[in-house]
Ligand binder design. Structure first.
Ligand SMILES: *Cc1c(COP(=O)(O)O)cnc(C)c1O
Length: 340
């Protein structure tokens, strides 16, 4: 048995998803003539109560496009110090949009409306002009934590008062919606733009979607083209997305149950210092000082289990669609018998 828990992006399409993909009606999406892409985009726009949605090859490109749509070169984006757009998009915000990030010192990737107020630059020519606030739900580096929706509403009020754009990196928004019993429309009503991933918990091989109203999304397809993200007969991939929206959202609960169980189990093991609170499908834990991160990863690898290190003796496990009950049992028994 081989168990890959490095990320929820490692999943392969299920038989049902593959069949949906093979049956997709396709066309050239650069001419807006791929019927399946059009259905996916319309469905997601409607789901979030917005006017427009655009299909992207990656979440990175969807986020980078959003930043470009909201800003001009020299301006500033407010985000958490853990933000994906700052840490894991190869410095793209500065390269593609010429903006800087004002990093907030949040809690597990989440900050408060008051922190935003303090970070907005005064209206003086020698400051960078603040133009966008970006949050992530669930937080990736923050360990899959979910935002308190009331705080999001408070931040929205600050954005309105200061005429700032508000972007949601919703790569794992589906996980938050399921856990918090929230709706896409709630989020659509608050954010100007939302990116969602189909290739994480939902199990598609590829695909993200950027959602917003016509005014802000007017140039989305142009920016996607500039970034080289124009695609042709991608209805096959959009069909995977449609299948996932129908079949793979509610089941995220199963990933959350396994992650919670794993978190509880780990917190009782002698070689563990701490386990961060588990809210969704990500488990971040820290090893005791006398256990080396690389050794721990190697021992699991010797047992056909893959996880990743985050530095500072912290490790990450992500549960997903391809992580079965029997894999879960095998992982727990391996962890129990681990000689370190
Ligand atoms: C995975 C992820 C993305 C986008 O990732 P891609 O690999 O480019 O699709 C964006 N934001 C967060 C928080 C993520 O976890």
């Amino acid at each position: 048995m081989k168990i890959d828990l490095r990320s929820d992006t490692v999943t392969k399409p299920t038989q049902g998803m593959l069949e949906a993909m093979m049956q997709a009606k396709i066309g050239d999406d650069v001419f807006s003539e791929d019927p399946t892409v059009n259905v996916l985009e319309e469905r997601l726009a409607k789901m979030f109560g917005k006017q427009k949605a655009v299909f992207f090859p990656s979440g990175t490109m969807a986020n980078q496009t959003a930043i470009k749509l909201h800003t001009n070169p020299s301006e500033q984006v407010i985000c958490d110090k853990y933000a994906h757009i700052y840490n894991y998009e190869s410095g793209g915000a500065s390269f593609n949009s010429g903006v800087s990030c004002r990093l907030l010192d949040g809690d597990r990737g989440m900050f408060t409306a008051n922190q935003v107020i303090e970070a907005i630059n005064p209206d003086a020519f020698y400051y960078s002009q603040t133009s966008l606030v970006e949050i992530e739900n669930t937080t990736n580096k923050g360990g899959g934590a979910c935002w308190d929706f009331n705080e999001i509403l408070k931040i929205k009020a600050v954005c309105d008062a200061h005429q700032l754009g508000f972007h949601l990196d919703g790569a794992r928004l589906w996980n938050a919606l399921v856990v918090k019993k929230e709706t896409p429309k709630q989020y659509g009503a608050v954010f100007d733009t939302i990116s969602v991933c189909l290739s994480k918990g939902l199990g598609c091989p590829i695909g993200s979607v950027l959602i917003g109203n016509e005014d802000i999304m007017k140039n989305a397809i142009r920016v996607r083209k500039i970034f080289g993200g124009n695609m042709r007969q991608v209805g096959y991939l959009a069909a995977a997305g449609l299948y996932a929206l129908d079949n793979h959202i509610q089941r995220l609960d199963e990933d959350h149950v396994k992650a919670k169980d794993l978190g509880n189990f780990l917190s009782k093991q002698s070689y563990i210092k701490t386990v961060e609170p588990v809210e969704t499908n990500i488990v971040i834990f820290e090893l005791n000082n006398d256990v080396k991160e690389a050794d721990f990863i190697q021992k699991l690898k010797d047992n056909n289990i893959l996880i990743i290190g985050m530095g500072s003796n912290k490790l990450r496990i992500v549960t997903h669609l391809d992580y079965t009950n029997s894999m879960h049992d095998y992982l727990l028994s391996t962890l129990k018998g681990l000689k370190l």
